[in-house]
Design a binder for this molecule. Structure first.
Ligand SMILES: Nc1ncnc2c1ncn2[C@@H]1O[C@H](COP(=O)(O)OP(=O)(O)OP(=O)(O)O)[C@@H](O)[C@H]1O
Ligand SMILES: [Mg+2]
Length: 264
């Protein structure tokens, strides 16, 4: 069997801030296979964003190993990581921080190709079509686009180099419910088409329930519970998971918080 796209082995990460040590991650082990949608949930400060950054190797852990397709990249230098930027891409919550306001959406989407010195071949239009962004918007500037449209542009840019793994840190948290639901549906569709692995961070259990093939619950930097969403979310074993499940507001009448129904 081929190795997982991404493996995290006993990851530890400590920050030193103002003379204090904050243990953001401790002994975290996870793996992500092609076609999987691993969703990481946990309360604020539980270490989700740290894990996303370590998984995408935007920062190094101080304990444990990060492997991409079985290759140890834990301490790879920037130069050594460069070819892996094709392999894994990190998408953050706020599209306004990801896109330069002086760039048109087309220029923003094409940027990784330019940086890698790849030929363009109408990539802007192709990538816009992939994420359902109207071609008319390619020449717009970010301030002329909605939050959902900007996040689609961010996804198009993340896909420009045909990565095998997307790590998404709260990708819909800055969007209204309907735009958020559309972006999640788009991610499902993209995964179906591209067979990528998705590691998605959210504090919203409804997102996890809708989206995950597998859920991991993080608490104070440790994974306290993990497994298929039907098991973890419908029959939580750990008190922290139970507290998270109990904190989800009851679904409003009609469509539950605009998340589309899904049968699987
Ligand atoms: N660069 C940093 N320097 C110092 N401490 C940090 C740094 N980044 C994160 N931390 C600390 O590490 C812990 C985990 O933070 P992290 O941002 O990963 O949590 P999170 O689960 O993403 O929270 P949220 O849901 O609020 O986004 C917190 O205690 C945080 O204060
Ligand atoms: Mg975070």
């Amino acid at each position: 069997m081929s190795p997982p796209l991404l493996s995290l082995e006993r990851i530890g990460r400590t920050y030193r801030a103002g003379g204090r040590h904050v243990r953001a991650l401790e002994e975290v082990s996870l793996s992500l296979h092609a076609g999987a949608r691993l969703v990481l949930v946990g309360e604020s400060g539980s270490g989700k964003s740290t894990l996303a950054r370590v998984a995408a190797r935007h920062e190094a852990p101080d304990q444990g190993r990060v492997l991409y397709e079985g290759v140890d990249v834990t301490h790879a230098s920037q130069a050594e990581l460069r070819p892996w930027r094709r392999f894994v891409q990190l998408v953050l919550q706020d599209p306004d921080l990801a896109i330069d306001p002086r760039y048109t959406l087309r220029a923003a989407i094409r940027e990784p190709l330019v940086v890698q010195g790849w030929p363009d071949d109408g990539a802007g239009a192709r990538l816009a079509a992939l994420v359902g962004l109207s071609p008319a918007l390619l020449d717009a500037y970010p301030h002329q686009a909605s939050g959902g449209q900007k996040q689609r542009a961010v996804l198009a840019r993340a896909l420009a180099l045909s990565p095998r793994v997307l790590v998404l840190d709260e990708p819909t948290a800055a969007l209204d419910a309907s735009a958020a639901a559309h972006v999640l549906e788009l991610l499902l569709e993209l995964q179906d088409r591209l067979r990528i692995g998705l590691l998605l961070v959210t504090h919203d259990l409804r997102v996890a329930r809708f989206f995950a093939t597998e859920v991991a619950v993080l608490h104070q930097g440790r994974v306290v519970e993990g497994g298929p969403p039907a098991r973890v979310l419908d029959d939580p074993q750990h008190p922290i998971t139970r507290a998270l499940v109990d904190a989800v507001p009851p679904a409003p009448a009609g469509r539950a918080a605009a998340l589309p129904e899904r049968d699987e």
